[in-house]
Design a protein around this ligand. Structure first.
Ligand code: FAD
Ligand code: NAG
Ligand code: NAG
Ligand code: NAG
Length: 653
């Protein structure tokens, strides 16, 4: 362990919480690697380590290598002691932080996007909000694939992915007294797996938790008993990805690496960047797997080294980086690659295209009368009461962990369909507007300039718009999410646009192809996204006027009635105040047919290649109505099953 590691350990000791996972079979130099590997996984993140764990367990006589840019770090929960829910945790693992190009249609705002840069990837730094999408989300992935998806033995619709959601996680029910105290509901039919990722409901809530629930009920939004079972339109409880006894963050670097080791055939090379995959003289379809070209980030001469692969390569570097590996390999939009001097190996215009993220503006309000009088404790207690904070810290360290720190950032949210948010007529109007874009050809003009003339990409975008138009009319399919907002005020309630229509790009930095990529979010490029933002925000605003919040004199701070009543003024507010990334980038190596601009097929193989797949958030062709980690684990689990089944069939291997 280098100096950085030592520093992390001592900080962890000072904080008394975060512990660094054990290191097994860690390689820090290419000289320590074996001569060749059966499976090489690029990126030791959420999906990558899931795949590595399952493959190394299934094939004890085959060798698996994971190559990760970051190192092994402590990965405390985002809100573990000693934070005040404001400052970042002092021990948190390193992150990639990328600032996207300005989005002209959003007042030149720039998305600030992060991802984990550590063993465990984004699962080691995320908010641990562990929800699954709605049934309709995954059924849409399948529908987009047309005949190709129908004919594939690998189904990615709800029925095809649900078993992998179950397999990925061990869900621990809250105790009956905790469930009764807070009103937690769940259905064991959504769970039942024994996967190495833990989830549970915290044994704590702030005293005002029920107030917002009541306000949503005032608006007629119903409770959903279990939101992880495919139906999630309504008020939802959302489990946290944390251990039910210790309260520690549960992430892939622990569940799928530290806890899976020592396993003699599972190696991990840290502090190395996968530069590209390189095919031999036979080309991408000629023979076996490509080699994996890597470079050390800690000196080692800075030179390149090829890892020899006997079986196959799986790219799991996440939605921001998997497309960079493909592009450096000559797999991507031909015109773009040629312009950068990269020899074209496979012309796949979808690589780094189709970038989507969740985004949205806030509604804020204040209380002018005493808020929740007599209710104790409220979240501000940690910041102002040292005794309370000391007790909370001790409770979190106890066995089993208890108290406010187990709750993290909260575990409830509302998911509303567009018909609920805006009414059926307005939802139908928006859906018609989307269909009109497809029919009159304007859809193509919303795509990035260099993709408007690429027939496959245009066809794929049109297919997506038609699927989305239907989803937006569906009263059971969420269009907006508002995570919980409890506080004495000012209160901020975000409205997440769950089904964006605009598409961005991830492209190599022309100045340095090894540097983080150039992100062009192009937020708001499709003008219907603004219609959706407005409808969502007007819906969330109604909370302020509910009898429940009015008992405390709730007074809207922004956008306010005057702004909200005027389409143009509200658009200006949305352009000014939106977060353009809720850290859910996806879609940049989409699972769709090649004729629709897709990058991977339903077996996750990169179109036009052999021995190369993608398994991470990049394959999601459309955003699900959820934060992405649970879906990414399910992708890793299903990818592993597909790969295992295929290699078990091969004779003499
Ligand atoms: C701050 C933050 C908060 C979030 N909050 C939530 C939440 O509360 N709930 C939720 O469900 N989701 C949340 N998400 C999203 C979710 O965690 C991610 O979508 C998901 O974990 C992505 O998994 P992945 O496997 O696609 O990529 P990652 O888990 O990001 O893994 C990719 C890995 O590849 C490595 N890598 C990249 N390039 C290379 C290269 N060239 N060579 C070698 N290695 C490379 C990276 O360092 C990283 O470790 C959050 C994300 C962030 C960043
Ligand atoms: C890796 O292999 C490819 C394909 O054979 C070759 O072109 C490249 O030069 C090799 N890289 C190194 C560092 O040896
Ligand atoms: C909100 O209310 C608090 C408490 O009454 C007050 O201190 C604060 O100034 C208010 N904020 C705004 C923006 O009005
Ligand atoms: C501070 O917290 C302690 C411990 O929970 C509690 O007993 C005390 O009443 C709190 N003080 C105030 C002023 O609320």
């Amino acid at each position: 362990m280098g100096l950085v590691g030592v520093a992390v350990v001592s900080l962890a000791a000072a904080a008394g919480a975060a512990r660094v996972p054990p290191q097994h079979h860690v390689k820090r130099q290419v000289a320590e690697l074996r001569e060749s590997y059966d499976f090489v996984i690029a990126g030791g993140g959420t999906a990558g380590l899931t795949v590595a764990d399952r493959l190394s367990a299934a094939f004890p006589s085959k060798n698996v290598l994971v190559i990760e840019y970051g190192d092994i770090h402590a990965a405390p929960g985002l809100f573990d002691p000693p934070t005040n829910w404001i400052e970042p945790h002092p021990d948190e693992a390193p992150r990639w932080t990328l600032l996207a190009l300005p989005s002209p249609d959003m007042g030149n705002a720039r998305a600030s996007v992060q991802a984990g840069q550590t063993v465990g990837g984004s699962s080691a730094v995320n908010g641990q909000f562990f929800d699954r999408g709605a049934k309709q989300d995954y059924d849409a992935w399948h529908e987009l694939g047309g005949l190709e998806a129908l004919l594939s033995p690998n189904k990615w619709n709800w029925n095809g992915i649900f078993p992998y959601f179950k397999k990925s996680v061990t869900f621990t029910e809250p105790s009956p007294s905790v469930a009764a105290r807070y009103g937690y509901t769940w259905s064991t039919s959504a769970y039942g797996g024994t996967g190495p990722i833990w989830s549970t409901y915290a044994p704590f809530q702030w005293a005002d938790q029920k107030i917002l629930t009541q306000a949503w009920h005032d608006l007629g939004v119903p409770d959903v008993r279990e939101c992880a079972g495919g139906r999630k339109e309504g008020v939802c409880w959302v489990p946290a990805s944390q251990h039910p006894v210790t309260g520690e963050r549960s992430h892939s670097g622990v569940g799928h690496y530290a806890d899976a080791q020592p396993r003699a055939n599972y190696d991990l090379l840290v502090r190395h960047q996968v530069v590209r995959v390189a095919y031999g003289a036979g080309g991408p379809l000629g023979g076996g797997a490509p080699r994996v070209e890597v470079r050390s980030l800690d000196g080692d001469g800075g030179g390149l080294f090829n890892v020899t692969v006997r079986g196959e390569v799986i790219l799991s570097a996440g939605a921001l980086h998997t497309p960079t590996i493909l592009q450096r390999s000559g797999i991507g939009p031909a015109a773009f690659l040629a312009g950068r001097g990269v020899p074209v190996v496979v012309d796949l215009p979808g690589v780094g295209s189709n970038l989507q993220d969740h985004s949205g503006p806030p509604v804020t309000w204040n209380y002018t009368a005493p808020y929740a009088p007599g209710a104790w404790p409220l979240p501000s207690e940690v910041g102002r009461n040292a005794t309370f904070k000391a007790e909370a810290t001790a409770a979190f360290a106890a066995t089993p962990a208890a108290g406010p720190y187990t709750l993290g950032g909260g575990n409830s949210a509302v998911y509303a369909s567009l018909p609920r948010a805006a009414g059926r007529a307005a939802a139908a109007r928006i859906a018609r507007k989307i269909r009109k874009q497809v029919l009159d050809g304007s859809a193509r003009t919303f795509l990035p300039a260099d993709l408007r003339g690429v027939p496959a990409v245009v066809a794929g975008y049109k297919a997506q718009l038609l699927v989305l138009a239907r989803a937006l009319e569906d009263a059971g399919s969420p269009s907006v999410e508002t995570p919980w907002a409890t506080a004495e005020g000012p209160v901020t309630a975000w409205s997440f646009l769950l089904r964006p229509l605009s598409r961005g790009t991830v492209r190599l930095d022309p100045a340095d192809p090894l540097a983080p990529p150039v992100l062009d979010y192009r937020a708001g490029a499709n003008p219907v996204d603004m219609d959706l933002h407005r409808a969502h925000l007007r819906f969330v605003r109604q909370l302020v006027a509910t009898p429940t919040l009015q008992q405390f004199g709730a007074a809207e701070l922004a956008p306010g009635a005057a702004v909200a009543g005027d389409d143009e003024a509200l658009a200006a507010y949305i352009r000014d105040k939106s977060f353009l990334s809720f850290m859910h980038p996806c879609g940049t190596a989409a699972m769709m047919p090649r004729s629709l601009g897709g990058v991977v097929g339903y077996d996750l193989k990169v179109h036009g290649t052999k021995g190369l797949r993608v398994a991470d958030a990049s394959i999601m062709p459309l955003e699900p109505a959820a934060h992405l980690s649970a879906t990414t684990y399910a992708i890793g689990e299903k990818a592993a099953d597909i790969i295992i089944a295929e290699w078990k069939k091969k004779k003499g291997w």
